[in-house]
Design a protein around this ligand. Structure first.
Ligand code: ZN
Length: 304
């Protein structure tokens, strides 16, 4: 398998002052606090990586391009601060990073203006949006405005999606996944990335009318090893087609906790290489070509 041109569509790089000022951020955002609080099972330290640390890990694993997803901050100022940080990272390492905008659609017009500002700064998409974490339904008027703007500007939108069955865990999004069908029908040209295997939505691609509505929907594999058996990768490829599955890790999250992983892309890549059963052609699409195409066309839409 070609290990040199991998694109990770889903990582999180936080402002550099977060490890030292975690309390300050946590006091402003209880959802962030809950998901990143140090506990005996998850060590906060591992939730952060500097761009240099990320690049070292990427080079070891054959990852060419790192897409930084934003965070679903509750506070607009924190969204802007995070976006400014990611803009600096993209500029500092040409060709290695891309950024998706941190947006909280609850803020309506201010969120729309932030999407436009990020497009002007060269961002490649919007997200990761967290409807559950930010407490809005998928038909929230602010969200619809953000999606309309993203569609107009040709910016894909990535959602954090939770599977509706199974055990509870911090960060499990309880937003009903059928709402994504309505979004896909309402915005047929909007490119949607449904993270974490879309909560199981690929199965419904077997319904012909859903498949038709979801022609601009992609599924990412971020944090998959924490959630699914490795056979899920091939299942998603079979159900949605190899063109609509995207490799992603949720780096620097520890997705193989039993193996004491830290700041690493390679364990998941090796797992896919050895156990997912992808053909060479499927590998090329899932591990890089699909996301490269989404990055190339991003932001080419019209201003108001
Ligand atoms: Zn997520």
């Amino acid at each position: 398998m070609n290990r040199g041109r991998i694109v990770d569509c889903h990582t999180h790089m936080f402002p550099a002052d977060i490890p030292a000022r975690w309390d300050w951020y946590a006091a402003r955002d209880s959802c962030f606090a809950e998901l990143t609080r140090e506990s005996p099972r998850s060590r906060v330290r591992e939730a952060w990586a500097t761009p240099e640390e990320a690049l070292r890990a990427a080079d070891r694993a054959g990852v060419e391009r790192i897409v930084m997803q934003g965070w679903y901050w509750r506070d607009m100022d924190l969204c802007r601060r995070h976006n400014d940080y990611m803009e600096g990272v993209v500029r500092a390492y040409p060709g290695r990073f891309a950024a998706y905008a941190s947006i909280n659609p609850v803020f309506g017009e201010a969120a729309v203006r932030e999407v436009e500002r990020c497009r002007d700064m060269g961002f490649s998409g919007v997200g990761e949006l967290g409807p559950g974490g930010n407490g809005y339904p998928l038909d929230h008027p602010g969200l619809l405005e953000v999606l309309e703007t993203a569609a107009r500007l040709c910016l894909p939108v990535c959602f954090h999606v939770g599977e509706p069955v199974g055990h509870a865990y911090p960060g499990k999004d309880r937003t009903p996944i059928e709402g994504f069908y309505d979004i896909a029908r309402r915005f047929p040209d909007l490119r949607l990335i449904l993270a974490h295997m879309g909560g199981g939505l690929p199965f419904y691609e077997l319904l012909p009318h859903v498949r038709q509505a979801f022609r601009n929907v992609w599924y990412d594999l971020a944090a998959n090893p924490l959630l699914y058996d490795i056979r899920a990768v091939k299942a998603a490829v079979r159900l949605a087609g190899p063109e609509r599955v995207l490799f992603g890790t949720d780096f620097p999250l520890t997705v193989y906790p039993r193996r004491r992983q830290g700041q690493d892309f390679s364990l998941f890549i090796e797992d896919i290489e050895e156990h997912a059963g992808l053909t060479e052609a499927e590998w090329e699409l899932v591990m890089g070509a699909n996301m490269r195409r989404l990055l190339e066309s991003a932001g080419k839409g019209q201003n108001r």
